[in-house]
Design a protein around this ligand. Structure first.
Ligand code: ZN
Length: 160
């Protein structure tokens, strides 16, 4: 069986930056399961997985435009500390979730200067080229229910 739309796929992966530093890895954990064809992985990786066989291994470098997008300076905001629910506790590295009409996104605190808090809504990996080592460890047909829900259910049924 090869990877195609509506297959449930399990992969082990290691994600590194271009300096070879590991950003994330499934090593020592369960594989990552996803439903192929629904944009659940970054586009460059999902495209490369198309048509792969069970147990296939590959390395892939993904440009920012096929991963988390280019870094967008317009997604950096400066807000007054008093706008935060607990101003004394705002620290660099904190993440806030903002709900807007366009959906939910995360804002990371990247700088603090006096009462000015600089927030960055870019994905932490925006603007970065990614280096994936991938091994395909499972391919199966998705159930009708999984296709309806557009996500993978585990062996026990639901995991929402
Ligand atoms: Zn479901």
């Amino acid at each position: 069986m090869k990877i195609a739309d509506d297959k449930v796929v399990g992969i082990h992966y290691t994600l590194k930056d271009t300096d070879g530093v590991t950003i994330d890895s499934s090593a020592g954990r369960d594989p990552l399961y996803y439903l192929h064809g629904y944009g659940q992985l970054v586009p460059g990786l999902e495209d490369e997985l198309e048509d792969k066989d069970l147990n296939e291994k590959f390395n892939l470098k993904v440009k920012p435009e096929d991963a988390y997008g280019e870094y967008n300076k317009e997604l950096v905001y400066v807000l007054d500390k008093s706008k935060f629910p607990d101003p004394t506790k705002v620290e660099i590295g904190m993440t806030f979730t903002s709900k807007t009409s366009e959906g939910e996104f995360n804002l990371n605190v990247i700088a603090l200067e006096g009462d000015n808090v600089t927030l960055d809504a870019n994905h932490p990996l925006a603007g970065r080229e990614l280096d994936f080592d991938v091994e395909v460890v499972e391919i199966r047909d998705a159930t009708k229910e999984e296709i309806e829900h557009e996500h993978v259910h585990d062996a026990n049924g639901h995991q929402h």
